[in-house]
Design a protein. Structure first.
Length: 134
């Protein structure tokens, strides 16, 4: 029952906001390989490359705002925010287990490495999901 599926795609995203800071454009390509190991187990490996605008936040040290910076106080903590261009590499691994004909559980981990001039950010996202279909 082994089966391999390959998926690839391109995505253009435009976010239009009232603030110049949150108006963003990006381009993303992604590839994904699905391995159907048994009738009940599927393993997925993915990669995505995103280039575009992001918003970066950092603690306000009280100095003057630079051009392009905005002072935000969203969570009662003054933070400076700035829109920058960046490249993000995302790597993902997902395992899906069919428990019955109607119920499945999936476990996933995604690592995102974002790079821009002089900065780098790493995020790990873990997901656990239960799906029911009828």
């Amino acid at each position: 029952h082994e089966r391999i599926d390959f998926q690839a795609g391109y995505e253009y995203e435009h976010r239009d906001a009232r603030s110049f800071l949150f108006t963003q454009n990006s381009n993303k390509i992604h590839v994904n390989l699905d391995f159907l190991l048994t009738d009940a187990i599927r393993l997925s490996v993915g990669y995505a490359l995103r280039r575009g605008d992001i918003v970066t936040y950092y603690k306000d040290e009280g100095d003057a705002l630079s051009p392009g910076e905005v002072l935000l106080n969203t969570f009662n903590t003054p933070m400076k925010a700035e829109g920058i261009r960046a490249t993000t590499h995302s790597f993902s691994l997902t395992a899906l287990f069919a428990l019955t004909d109607n119920v499945s559980v999936n476990i996933a981990e995604e690592r995102r490495e974002t790079l821009s001039t002089g900065n780098s950010y790493t995020d790990d996202v873990f997901r656990l999901g239960i799906s029911y279909s009828y």
